[in-house]
Design a protein around this ligand. Structure first.
Ligand code: 13P
Ligand code: SF4
Length: 302
């Protein structure tokens, strides 16, 4: 038996023995996705974390995702295999800057993308994910919004809204590097392929794509579509689930392949150490947790 298979079996044995729920984001390494009880996008993972029956959740993703599990289930132990797996987009909104923006837009509601740290969520009126951003922006009462931190996602929806939207100057470096030219090159070689992309991509890409959606929406679209070939504008890990669900279809990535190094910091070895030694426990300051929890629950209740 190969080393990877052996480690996977040992992790699965330990999660059963210790009654631990393993959650993984689509951007995780394929061998990590395969030991998870549930693989999903940010919205689905927060829902799954909030309803988990197990006393311990092991979160294979970046730290803001594990924080959400702890915020929604403070009585549970939440583990992350590598606590330095941050999100470069979340790093672009500092709580002090957010407090300042609120002062200069006193009538605006703060809609924070889920890719933010707990302290920023605590300063926000409501949270959204890439799967529900449009609906959240529409439903939040008031005519003025500060949308943070992803400028591309905010701009993509702001153009269809009848509200004043102040966009934060942040972006995900992984998606910002997905530009139109390399996609067009793949399209020329595969003219039948549909272009499906994440809304964190720049407008030159989202404006010309056949479908724009969250990671789960992209996976479901590819599975349900009659098309046989897809050019995928998001992190490469997503292709693992696409290929599993539609093995007969072809999934292509533009060059250079979009890879989130932060997500890839979660390795199978680190998952094993985490489940064996109960490390690293995620903690959130209680006052921050209560305020951030209100903003997340407002989203979940919509
Ligand atoms: P999803 O909400 O689509 O899972 O995306 C999260 C993310 O980090 C995108 O870069
Ligand atoms: Fe953050 Fe971008 Fe990585 Fe998503 S892909 S976790 S937004 S750095």
């Amino acid at each position: 038996m190969g080393q990877v298979k052996k480690l996977q079996e040992e992790i699965i044995r330990l999660k059963r023995e210790k009654d631990i729920l393993i959650l993984a984001h689509y951007y995780q390494r394929p061998e990590v996705q395969d030991i998870a009880d549930f693989v999903g996008d940010s919205l689905e993972l927060s829902r799954e974390a909030s309803t988990a029956a197990q006393g311990t959740i092991l979160f294979c993703g970046v730290t803001f995702m594990a924080e959400i599990a702890k915020i929604l289930s403070p009585q549970k132990t939440v583990l992350i295999p590598y606590p330095l797996a941050g999100c470069l987009l979340a790093d672009m909104a500092h709580p002090q800057e957010v407090a300042e923006a609120k002062r200069s837009h006193p009538n605006a509601k703060v809609v924070a993308y889920v890719n933010t740290y707990a302290q920023v969520k605590a300063l926000s009126d409501i949270i959204c994910t890439s799967a529900n951003a449009k609906m959240v922006m529409e439903k939040i009462p008031g005519e003025e919004i500060i949308f943070l931190p992803d400028r591309n996602l905010g701009a993509y929806h702001a153009k269809t809204l009848n509200k004043k939207v102040a966009l934060w100057d942040g972006h995900c470096p992984v998606h910002q590097r997905i530009t139109w030219e390399p996609i067009e090159r793949v399209k020329k070689a595969h003219p039948q392929a549909l272009i499906i992309v994440h809304p964190e991509c720049p407008p030159e890409v989202t404006d010309r794509a056949d479908f724009v959606g969250s990671t789960s929406q992209l996976v479901r679209f590819a599975e349900a579509s009659d098309a046989q070939q897809f050019i995928v504008g998001t992190e490469e890990g997503t292709l693992h689930q696409m290929k599993k669900r539609a093995p007969e279809k072809t999934f292509l990535l533009p060059e250079p392949h979009p890879i989130c190094d932060q997500m890839k910091m979660i390795t199978l070895d680190r998952v094993y150490k985490s489940i064996k030694e109960n490390i690293y426990q995620v903690e959130v300051d209680e006052e921050v947790r209560i305020q951030a929890g209100e903003a997340i629950r407002r989203m979940l209740s919509l």
